[in-house]
Ligand binder design. Structure first.
Ligand SMILES: *Cc1c(COP(=O)(O)O)cnc(C)c1O
Length: 382
């Protein structure tokens, strides 16, 4: 689906809010949620709140009937405050304090993810009887922003954790995550096959599992096109048919980026253009600390579109942020070209930035305020 930012650009032209700012169209969020649900009929969908926790975004998703994947008490309280049903909230962070588990359980959350014996024990004690997906670490194909080795137990340990959870009266399932912005539609195959094997082994121990959590990872288009959601859905359906020939488990999906990225566009202003050695540096009022954190390692290469076009030829640039930090450089290896006439005060649009931008902004590094979000559409506040 090709994103259309006409309404957002009209808002920016009429209102001229100070830059940098992010504008999100909540109608697009609702449409994306409906499209995602249609691609995975029957699956339980839990939006990963960290991608964009703006209240109007959550409102649009509550209205669309989507549940939430929260990482801790603050995100949980936020979702409940917007009217989310705790029965449709999953606590997907394997790293959590016992008191945070208790907080969630007291508020009605019954779905958790775990990947270590101590955490399973905490869940047994503070969230008795809950569903707990054991997160397995797999060698999935590379994604743009992989999770490294931080999360997930080895497949060989997973059975022990499943049996440990069941012995404690928890209801075990399996979870895995293929990394964010995953360009390979077949990336879920290994995880689904591994899960099927674990379902069989658990059954041999008398433990029936019903729930498979496929995580998130569905990508969005920036400079290079990504496969359609339909292509992901059919690759996943094929893998499920192969690995679970006698019937699919109940599926849980935790999309983040794919539901909100294309609903947002960020506007930034050129602070300075300077020639340094043989390179032209363009310094923007947005950088890695106030919204473009995902430019780290140049992992996500956004599009930068001049708003004030004076025509004339373009040429290569290095793009950097406004702060006094030497690491606040956006792109020095990824080739970018901008008009040679570009100068201080000119504005650029960065489309497809509804995910992992405002939520990543620092609270005031160098005195720069967090990225302002204006929300349009039915659930908007602008
Ligand atoms: C961040 C996260 C997601 C969402 O990932 P996307 O790539 O944005 O879809 C889903 N599940 C968990 C556990 C996460 O940490």
């Amino acid at each position: 689906m090709c994103a259309d930012f006409t309404r957002i650009r009209r808002f920016l032209a009429e209102r001229e809010p100070p830059t940098p700012c992010l504008v999100v169209d909540t109608d697009v969020v609702a449409a994306r949620a409906a499209g995602f649900g249609a691609a995975f009929p029957g699956a339980l969908i839990r939006y990963a709140v960290k991608a964009n926790p703006a209240p109007p975004v959550l409102d649009a998703l509550v209205a669309a009937g989507i549940g939430f994947d929260v990482a801790g008490p603050a995100e949980l309280a936020l979702c409940l405050g917007r009217g989310a049903d705790p029965a449709e909230i999953a606590y997907g962070n394997p790293i959590k304090k016992p008191r945070d588990i208790a907080f969630a359980f007291e508020r009605g959350v019954r779905e958790f993810t775990s990947d270590a014996p101590a955490d399973v024990d905490h869940l047994a004690r503070y969230a008795p009887g809950s569903a707990v997906s054991i997160r397995v670490l797999l060698d999935a194909p590379d994604s743009a922003t992989p999770f490294g080795r931080k999360f997930g137990c080895a497949p060989a340990e997973a059975l022990d954790l499943v049996l440990r959870a069941a012995a404690h009266g928890l209801r075990p399932g399996i979870a895995f995550h293929v990394g964010s912005q995953q360009p390979d539609v077949t990336a879920w195959e290994i995880g689904i096959a591994t899960a099927a094997k674990l379902f069989g082994e658990a059954a041999a121990h008398g433990v029936g599992m019903t729930r498979l959590n496929l995580g998130g990872g569905f990508p969005t288009t920036h400079r290079t096109a990504v496969p359609s959601l339909a292509a992901y859905a059919s690759a996943i359906a094929a893998a499920l048919d192969t690995s679970f020939p006698s019937g699919r488990p109940e599926l849980l999906l935790e999309p983040g980026r794919v539901l909100v990225a294309d609903a947002g566009l960020l506007r930034t202003e050129v602070v300075l253009v300077a020639q340094r050695d043989d390179r032209r540096w363009v310094y923007l009022d947005i950088g890695r600390y106030n919204g473009l954190a995902e430019a780290e390692n140049e992992a996500i290469a956004y599009r930068f579109e001049p708003v004030d076009t004076r025509g004339g030829p373009d040429g290569p640039v290095v793009l950097a942020g406004p702060t006094c930090d030497g690491d606040d450089v956006l792109y020095q290896r990824t080739p970018y070209r901008l008009p040679l006439a570009l100068r201080s005060g000119d504005r650029l649009d960065v489309p497809g930035t509804g995910a992992y931008t405002a939520s990543y902004a620092s609270v005031g590094f160098n005195g720069i305020e967090p990225l302002r979000t204006h929300c349009l559409g039915r659930w908007g506040d602008a």
